[in-house]
Design a protein around this ligand. Sequence first.
Ligand code: ADP
Length: 296
Amino acid sequence: MRIRIENLDKIYNNGKQALSKVNLDINQGMFGLLGPNGAGKSSLMRILVTLMQPTNGKITFDNFDLNKDRGEIRKLLGYLPQDFRFFTKLKTWEFLNYAAELAGVKEKKVRLQKVDEWLDKVGLFDVRERNANKLSGGMKRRLGIAQALIGEPKVIVVDEPTTGLDPEERIRFRNILSELSQQDVIIILSTHIVGDISSVCHNLALLNNGTVGFKGSPEQLINNTRGHVWKVNTSGIEYEMLKEKYAIISTIPSEEGWEVQLVGDSLDIENAVLIEPNLEHAYVYFMEYLTNKNEF
Ligand code: ADP
């Protein structure tokens, strides 16, 4: 399966351009869509899952055209929206059973088996009799995953997956996705949290102000940042100056005052040492310095 997005624009009725000339090629595995709030991620997700029409542009899922073959494409999709809520009085297992029925799992015996399997996978088997509304935030999120996946979709779209989850739940969620990404599926994950784009995302796109600023592997993004991340030991006064001029990534108390990590194009400070960038450094560097450039 391959998804191609060509020259996609979205202009809302109020004139707001949320997406502008977006071109992306998405293949098997996990694809990360990273960008700050308001970048256009949800707009792109909603278009991809056929909930909203683009203003211009073309999207294909293999040979299916999103403008013409919406029904076919819907059968391939599992979607976990950002604000997934249940307006339901159903028990947890009943809700999942209903989702499976909607996803086309017709035979009751098979369906119930699937329901149990997924309750177990997402760690909700013990609370299967509980009303879905009464689950904790993390549990609801996991039920959200299960309902998106129970129909065995070929394309899974997850919008801001870890919002509102505690660290333990985040890890659990990432593990479920990472396990899935080993299979023959495309997982598209949108987030503003760099940590969500873990090592399992082999490809990512950075979205800013509705445009794609970078597309490629996390390693490529990090490579582009090498030579721009520094460590400086500094006193309090210098620190104020640094804060004005550079994007600070972290500040740790040290003997001299502070050990500061920052990103910059060049640095004219005596004791600054270049350090090896990670994905978070790369993201901050991109957002700070390349906002007004097209690609790097
Ligand atoms: P993200 O998911 O990255 O936070 P969104 O796609 O939600 O970004 O929003 C992109 C831009 O489009 C923002 O400026 C947002 O305010 C605007 N926007 C989103 N939905 C609508 C809408 N229904 N009508 C008008 N503007 C919208």
